[in-house]
Design a protein around this ligand. Sequence first.
Ligand code: F0G
Length: 459
Amino acid sequence: MKLPFAESYKIKMVENIRKSTLEERKKWIREAYYNLFNLRAEYVFVDLLTDSGTGAMSDKQWAAMMEGDESYAGASSYLKMKAAIKDIFDFNDFLPTHQGRAAENVLFSVLVKEGDIIPGNSHFDTTKGHIEFRKATAVDCTIDEAFHPTLYHPFKGNVDLQKLEKVLQENPIEKIPFVIVTVTNNTSGGQPVSMHNIREVYKLTKKYGTRLILDSARFAENAYFIKTREDGYQHKTIKEIVKEMYSYADAMTMSSKKDAIVNMGGFIGFRERALYEEASVYNIMFEGFVTYGGMSGRDMNALVQGLYESTEFEYLQTRIHQVEYLGNKLLEYGIPILQPIGGHGIFIDAKSFLPNIPKEEFVAQTLAVELYLEGGVRGVEIGTLLADRDPKTRKNRYPKMELVRLAIPRRTYTNSHMDYVAACLKNVYDRRDKITKGLRIIREAPIMRHFTVELERAH
Ligand code: F0G
């Protein structure tokens, strides 16, 4: 008999979670103004809001924490992190930050000026926020295939090289301090970018005289897809693939809360010494001294161990297998999801799921609320709320896709939880014709509104 797949770890510690009643959930979601970010976590049974900072650390990570060096300057934890970043990404210089957006803040403080243009592949919202906050423009050059929910493409996160070259050609290069490529591409569904594409983008940046920065939150998952889908990489180790990916990068920003499997942390990796020196000033102002920058020594130690674990093939196989397990269950139930299944979660096509809700009534948010009501499962809207208003016209930006993301924390839930989530969605799907009312905004913030927006049922 062929042996079935099984996880590459066993469980040493558990945390209890609690189911609730429909009546309770109705009250709680109303009190949260139909915004899942406003819910108390204890009101959630399976929390798929994000895979960020929600992973389970290993025994080795916890053990490494005990040896954290909390010295203000020159801590051994810092030196360990420096050595790991050199070893894994081959960057000589780095700055620790408290999380990914802090890395963006520090680096963009040096690089991004008013009127600049930053091309990329569907910039993550904080990345776009840090660009627009500086009165610069993020230009999305993702391939068109990414916007067709069910079209198969092995590397749907890829940059369209023609779109990118047009931007590089038509603008003064001093206005384009860098191109940013997000691996994997979170916004378009956790879709990977191929090695070929990274290499070609890098060549274009050199042809026109600018930089390539990799937004690296899920770099290891990206490497897994390169290994399993791209010709010529089957026999390379994840670490070899990562080395090659970063040989094409001039710098990296990292949210360590994802593929370094820690609860908090981030960093910037630098190829150019001068850029590191300039950024150091901002790091000291915004984050902390250059040898800790917003992280404690113990967290740096756990991060180092996490980087080594996440670049193990067996770990990645277990991880991606669980995401596929949920995705395949949903496909079996006929639920419209983005395909191919991405690296860190399932993205439900809310427009196809709820065709009766007009786009003005926040289709994906409506579905996320229904899923919570059904069984206490928390996902997140990636649709009109997240897309926010156009900074100039202040009109709602309606994105090409309305998605609900079910992000799966690393090593946290079992496949029984995945079965539970799939059953909840199936029940919502079976009653979809009865869902005819969406939501409307009562109150919103001027930027990144989705975190704090308050909504009510549309009448
Ligand atoms: N870049 C990408 C691709 C991300 O997905 C995130 C965060 C960041 C940058 C910012 O990092 O949160 O450490 O400040 N994504 C989380 C998510 C929040 O849920 O996808 P951060």
